[in-house]
Design a protein around this ligand. Structure first.
Ligand code: MLT
Length: 407
């Protein structure tokens, strides 16, 4: 018989969000009258702006006509969309042929792991979006878990004490560094000076940064960098991954992109761009042509304005959640609230308590689902993450219930 892939054997827990969903289902089954509100997974809730929905529907209808039909397209994506992304988001920082269109950031992160294989060293911010570590375990790059974490992974704590920016000196030479800003789950956004330190470190130590910028459109402070390519030196050490999921509500529609600069090289001098092109053309057949037309509409003047107003809506929710956790009842319980106004996530610490216990209390007493911080890594213990994605009336109701809670 075929031996099981060790990578799967090495995984120590189920994927975080299905586990949260399982606990919610179990609770709902035993409490059928509970009106549960989810502020757990960062799942968008607001309808697509009409302008964008129309572009999707026009593209679908066009496929039913001889002039509008198209079959396979370029695996790297529509030339017009690659160009539009380069123009709107990267100006003179990256060119259209360095942009690769995909079916979303999570899938790109998984494909990036095939690019570097099982022998590469990994460094992650701790806490971190679980795909970086779990995906590395599956491809064999993370090794076994010794109870404190995976052997092949350097965990870089990002905690209030270091203003959520890690001690880079912990990173081993020639590592792949996963870095997310605005950060999921902490909501912290690294400044230009901080990202410059990261880029300088990577260039000096043969590292490649996988920069996850999926939440860039939530940045409201104009002094904060929205892409790693704003940072001098980044083109020789960074790949950026991004997505239409959160800004355009494409979580179910599926569309993302990566940027791989042609200045980025492997140790033998070959271009990472060439191998990424091979990965994308071999393991992927291109994003849906309908969806790519929707993506183009998102980046028109009207599309950009409508995306901004949906994000503003979620940021109003975020502010309400932040104020709720700053309330007297939570203060009495010792809660410490972290929220910068530039992200859809509120990060709250309950010193001395376990994340899953807080999760259970909020579910049981308020019927509100959150995400336990420990699910994002060891440094997430004692924290919970509250997502601002939700209908405003649900978020208001959740906040009313939470403000009455005696911890
Ligand atoms: C999250 O809740 O962290 C994300 O929404 C999950 C995802 O984007 O895959």
């Amino acid at each position: 018989m075929i031996k099981r892939n060790n990578g799967f054997k090495n995984l120590t827990a189920g994927y975080l969000f299905p586990e949260v969903a399982r606990r919610r289902r179990e609770y709902a089954a035993s409490h059928p009258d509970a009106k549960i509100i989810s502020l757990g997974i960062g799942n968008t809730t607001e309808p697509l702006p009409e302008y964008i929905a129309k572009a999707l529907s026009d593209a679908a209808l066009a496929l039913g006509t001889p002039e509008g039909y198209s079959g396979y397209g370029d695996e790297q994506g529509l030339t017009a969309l690659r160009q539009k992304i380069a123009d709107v988001f990267y100006k003179d920082m990256a060119t259209a042929d360095e942009v690769f269109i995909s079916d979303g950031a999570k899938c790109d992160i998984a494909r990036v792991q095939t690019l570097f294989g099982s022998k590469v060293k990994i460094a992650v911010q701790d806490p971190a979006y679980p795909v970086y570590v779990d995906g590395s375990v599956i491809v064999g790059a993370a090794g076994k878990n010794n109870g404190k974490g995976y052997k092949g992974v350097t965990y870089m704590p990002c905690v209030p004490e270091n203003n959520f920016f890690p001690d880079l000196s912990k990173i081993k030479k020639n590592s792949i560094i996963y870095f997310c800003s605005p950060n999921n789950p902490t909501g912290a956004v690294s400044s230009k000076e901080e990202l410059q330190k990261l880029v300088d470190f990577a260039n000096a130590n043969g590292c490649i940064i996988i920069f996850d910028a999926a939440y860039r459109e939530f940045i409201r402070d104009p002094s904060l960098p929205k892409t790693i390519f704003e940072i001098p030196g980044s083109r020789t050490c960074a790949i950026e991954i991004n997505s239409f999921s959160k800004p355009a509500g494409f979580t179910g529609v599926r569309l993302g992109w990566s940027v791989v600069p042609k200045d980025l090289k492997f140790a033998d001098g070959s271009l990472v761009h060439a191998d990424w092109n091979r990965v994308m053309t071999t393991l992927f057949n291109g994003a849906s042509n309908i969806v790519q037309k929707g993506g183009l509409a998102c980046l028109d003047e009207q599309g950009l304005a409508s995306m901004k107003s949906v994000i503003d809506y979620y940021l109003v929710n975020a502010d309400l959640i932040k104020k709720t956790f700053e309330g007297e009842n939570f203060k009495k319980a010792g809660a410490q609230v972290y929220f910068t106004g530039n992200s859809p996530y509120i990060w709250v610490k309950f010193p001395g308590r376990k994340s899953w216990d807080i999760f259970d209390t909020l579910l049981d007493k308020c019927h509100v689902v959150t995400t336990p911080g420990s699910g994002f890594g060891p440094a997430g213990e004692s924290f919970i993450r509250i997502s601002a994605f939700g209908h405003q009336k649900d978020v208001q109701e959740a906040c009313e219930r939470l403000s009455k809670l005696e911890m």
